[in-house]
Design a protein around this ligand. Sequence first.
Ligand code: SF4
Length: 267
Amino acid sequence: MVLATAEEARIVLDDWEAGELSVEYDDHEPQEVIEWALNTFARERVAICTSFQTDGMAILDMAWRIRPDVRVFTVDTGRLPQETYELIDRVRQHYGIEVETYFPDTHELQTLVRRHGVNMFYQSVPMRLTCCDVRKVRPLVKVLHGLDAWVTGLRRDQWATRSNIRKIELDHDHGGIVKVNPLADWTDEEVWDYIRDNGVPYHPLYDQGYQSIGCAPCTRPVEPGANARSGRWWWEKNGPKECGMHCAVETGGFEHELEVLVGSTRQ
Ligand code: SF4
């Protein structure tokens, strides 16, 4: 049976195995870490996750050079800058790859917008996190259900919540699959050096002062020297500079609002 075959092809690591690998690969080059992932997991069970920022473009480029038919996926929230859509088309042409694009659930999104309006994320941190959950996190979770491993462009120096990531780790927020962070110990400068040295397509908004690029209404340019993620959700006071895709985010009220929303969409 197809299901049985897919199940047999699955590779699952336990905490001890993942810990051993994280130590072994911690000082390895990103390409070596990506090569390990692409050689360890079946082609259909491992994928590059990118939002087309420089980090995601660097790992996409590295992976493509190792395996030109590598799976690449992204989540289209429906609120991305036009420049991001243009870059997705450039990437498709440049690499000759299909970019798997995943979208929010239509019914969940309609319910959210009817209840709270299309720009509800400006109202409060819980409302913003609810939008992130519907538009980003829940589509991501569906993709990850079909994978044994995902590869991200996360770096330790991006934000405090990312300071302890390992190059190979178990993702207990997503069923214990393997999360691979090949650029964990790279700096922003090293990423840009790679982009320039290898002619990698990059997002045009960087040339307009943006340093971290997400949805259009939630991202703005930052002053030189400011933390890159300070341009994300800039109106929030003490809100987490995370959307919940890469770490569980907890704030009072958010869980209740989401439960109400999801409950209503199940009707
Ligand atoms: Fe919604 Fe903004 Fe989060 Fe995008 S970044 S999903 S528009 S709150």
